[in-house]
Design a protein around this ligand. Structure first.
Ligand code: GLA
Length: 405
C-alpha cells in the first residue's frame, strides 16, 4: 500500500531514533507479523478562509514540512502499543470495547479515535507496536492532532484493503476528533494533512468536500510566526462561535427558505435580515459571509502574482477575525503589526482557530531573515513572550515512506 513517497534527507536520523524507541519496547508482546514500516503526515497552515469550514464554506490551507512520523511493526493482536519520543512515554489501547467512553485524555486518544472511526466506517484495521516523533509544534495551531490522526490512519490500515480517497479519509478523521476526542472541529485540518500537495495550497470547498490544488508563487516564502501563547481551541470559545453561526442560519432561514448554512447567505441577504439577528450573531455571520469572497480573491491574486491584493486580503481577514469574529488576541495582533512593517513582507494574518497560536506570512524571497530579526527584536519586548519563526515548505499529504532495506 506504499504510495511511493521518498524519505527526506533528515529522515535517516529520525528513523534511527524511532527504531531505538521501538527496540526499547521489545518484550511488550508477541512476535510482530512483518518488518517495520514508516508513515508520515504533515501539519498545516491556513492561508485564508478562517472559521468557514464548519459553515460549508471555502478554505485555502497548505500542508507543511512540520510532520508526524510513526515507525511501526504490525502484529496479529487487536492492540496498539506506542511510544511517543517527544513525551518519552509509552501508551496502549485495545480494539476490544473501544469507544469514546474509554478515552484516556492523553495523546494516545488521537490514535484510538482514528481506530474507532475507521472501524465505524467499515474499514479493517490492524494492531501494531510503534514509535512516533513529531516536528509539529504542539498547541501552536498547526494541527498536530490532525497530523497524528492521519499518520495513524496509515499505520492502522490493513495492507491491500481498499483505502478511501484523502477527502473521505479526512472526513473519517474529523469524525474521530468530533465524536471520540470531543473537539467539534471542521474538516480543514484533516483534509490538508491528507491531501496536501508540494508546491501548492488546497482550495477546499467544505460543502462538497472537494479540492483544487492552487500553485504557490515560486517567488514567495511561507513563514509561520508562533506567538508562544498557546492556542486554546477550547471547547467553549470555538463551540460558542459555531452555535452563533448556527443560530444565524436558523433565524435567516425563517425568512429565506433554502438557507441551510452560511454558505447560502450573501451580503445582500445578510443585510436584509440583519434586524432579526442579535448584534453579536450578525457580526459573526458578516465575517463568514465575507471571508468566502476573500478566499476566491486570494486564489486569483496568487495566480496573477498580485502582491498588493494579497496584502489587502490578509489584512482584511485579520481585521475581520479580530473585530467581527473576535478570535484574535493582543499577541496575534502585535505579531501581524510587526510583520507588516518589514519591507518584503507581502501579507500577514492570524491562522487557525485563533485565541493565540500562529500567524501566516507571505514573504518575498530573501526577506525571511528581516522578518525573523524584526520579530525577535520587537515581539518579546511588546508581549513578554518568546516567539518562534518557522520558514516552512509545502509538502505532500500523508502516506507511507519507503524504508531502506
Ligand atoms: C481549527 C479547526 C478547523 C477550523 C479552524 C478555523 O483549526 O480545527 O476545522 O475551523 O480552526 O478556521
Amino acid at each position: 500500500m506504499s504510495d511511493g513517497q521518498t524519505a527526506s534527507p533528515s529522515s535517516g536520523t529520525r528513523v534511527a531514533a524511532l527504531r531505538a524507541r521501538l527496540d526499547a519496547q521489545s518484550g511488550t508482546g508477541p512476535q510482530t507479523s512483518g518488518p517495520a514500516r514508516l508513515v508520515r503526515a504533515p501539519g498545516r497552515v491556513n492561508l485564508i478562509g478562517e472559521h468557514t469550514d464548519y459553515n460549508e464554506g471555502l478554505v485555502l490551507p497548505a500542508a507543511i514540512d512540520r510532520e508526524f512520523w510513526i515507525l511501526f511493526e504490525p502484529w496479529d493482536r487487536p492492540e496498539v502499543v506506542m511510544t511517543s519520543a517527544d513525551m518519552d512515554e509509552t501508551r496502549s489501547f485495545s480494539f476490544e470495547g473501544l469507544s469514546p467512553e474509554t478515552r484516556s485524555k492523553s495523546w494516545i486518544d488521537y490514535v484510538a479515535a482514528t481506530a474507532w472511526a475507521m472501524r465505524e466506517a467499515g474499514l479493517p484495521i490492524q494492531g501494531f507496536r510503534g514509535a512516533m516523533g513529531s516536528t509539529v509544534p504542539i498547541g501552536s495551531g498547526l494541527s498536530s492532532s490532525a497530523a497524528l490522526e492521519m499518520a495513524s490512519s496509515w499505520a492502522l490500515a490493513v495492507p491491500g484493503a481498499p483505502r478511501p480517497d484523502p477527502a473521505a479519509m479526512a472526513a473519517i478523521a474529523q469524525r474521530a476528533e468530533n465524536r471520540y476526542v470531543g473537539v467539534n472541529c471542521g474538516i480543514m485540518d484533516q483534509f490538508a494533512s491528507a491531501a496536501g500537495q508540494a508546491g501548492h495550497a488546497l482550495l477546499i470547498d467544505c460543502r462538497i468536500n472537494k479540492f483544487k490544488a492552487t500553485p504557490m508563487p515560486s517567488d514567495l516564502s511561507l513563514v509561520v510566526c508562533d506567538t508562544g501563547s498557546p492556542h486554546r481551541l477550547d471547547a467553549s470559545a470555538y463551540n460558542t462561535r459555531r452555535s452563533e453561526c448556527e443560530l444565524g442560519v436558523e433565524l435567516i432561514a425563517e425568512r429565506e427558505p433554502g438557507v441551510k448554512a452560511l454558505r447560502d447567505v450573501d451580503e445582500a441577504m445578510l443585510a436584509r435580515n440583519r434586524d432579526r439577528l442579535p448584534e453579536v450573531v450578525a457580526r459573526r455571520c458578516e465575517h463568514v459571509v465575507q471571508e468566502d469572497g476573500r478566499v476566491m480573491a486570494t486564489v486569483a491574486a496568487l495566480r496573477d502574482g498580485d502582491l498588493d491584493a494579497l496584502g489587502r486580503l490578509f489584512a482584511a481577514s485579520h481585521a475581520s477575525l479580530r473585530d467581527l469574529y473576535e478570535v484574535s488576541s493582543a499577541e496575534l495582533d502585535a505579531m501581524v503589526e510587526i510583520a507588516v512593517s518589514v519591507p518584503g513582507v507581502v501579507a500577514s494574518r492570524m491562522t487557525g482557530a485563533g485565541f493565540g497560536g500562529c500567524t501566516v506570512n507571505l514573504v518575498k524571497l530573501g526577506a525571511e531573515v528581516a522578518l525573523q530579526d524584526a520579530v525577535m527584536a520587537q515581539y518579546e519586548k511588546r508581549t513578554g513572550l518568546t516567539p518562534r519563526v518557522f520558514i516552512v515548505a509545502t509538502v505532500d499529504g500523508a502516506g507511507e515512506v519507503e524504508l531502506d532495506a
